[in-house]
Design a protein around this ligand. Sequence first.
Ligand code: GTQ
Length: 343
Amino acid sequence: MTSLGTLEDLPQSYRDKLTELNLVPLWPNMRAVLPHKVPSRKTQTLNWHFNDLRPLLIEAGDLTPMEKAERRVLVLANPGHGLTNMQATPSIYMGLQLILPGETAPNHRHTPNAVRIIIEGEGATTIVDGEPCVMERGDLILTPSGKWHEHQHEGDGPIIWLDILDLPLIYQLEGSWAIEGKAQNQTLKRDKSFAEYSAAGVVPELGFQRENTDSPMLRYPWAKTRDCLVEMAKHYPNSPLRIAYVNPENGASLFPSIGFGAMMLRPNETLSLPKRTTACVFHIVEGQGALSVDTNNVIQWTEKDTLSAPGYTEIILWNESSTEPAFIITADEAPLHRYLGIF
Ligand code: GTQ
């Protein structure tokens, strides 16, 4: 690869004339935007330890009433992307949200897609287009783009969950906006979409064509996901135990932008993930262990932690317990990479 001319190689008078006309020469930046064989990646490998950030989130509950927050969230910002840009990876936003007993995060809808993964507490409900979704530990609750959603908490003690949105992507596309609405009329007692799709391979007879491709299932209960992994472990003693969350009607990823999965690591298991183009985040539902990226960057994790890792890397996960399995929920940008033909 030949080295290319730099900005400093050009006379200042010429550079000034370019600037005047809103022009920049490509060649000084050519290798930065088109590096040789491997892309440059800003996503840093890191762990947001739940035990470190929980006290700060609880403190936010004292410092900022719901009326002043609308969503009481501490954003898990990857410093590689700049803290204020609210990116865990190029297209994934993550935040930890706190609701105290009796509080409601008011109704709104927005263009970004969102998923919640419940970490702590019970008795909260997210109402999505009139459908109340119960929030239990490890559950995935979907609020696809454009759907009304509000969060109510009538349990005892705080409820905390992880929000995962494609906000950075939608924001970059200059497509991110929201509108506030009145409290929803909740007509159902609890999640109907889960009832309709609770048996794999069997779907409701609609008698009409769905208008859009959003997953009709809004709540993916952790108990079901966990059971599936444990059951698979009995049949596949030597294979990696990984499953994908999909739209039950068509097998598509939950969102066009972000794909979700779950994995189980048997006691003491070491799992080498296939090398892939996409950055990835990991949320530890149960267990303790370590993650290494390109063998040199080793970080420890435990229950309720959330981690990020860049793409184009060799990722290895260990379960360090010799008696208990570990369970991890993953999110990545694979659907988008596939769509763009760069996966
Ligand atoms: O709960 O609707 O973390 O709108 C960021 C934006 C959560 C939400 C976030 C949101 C929400």
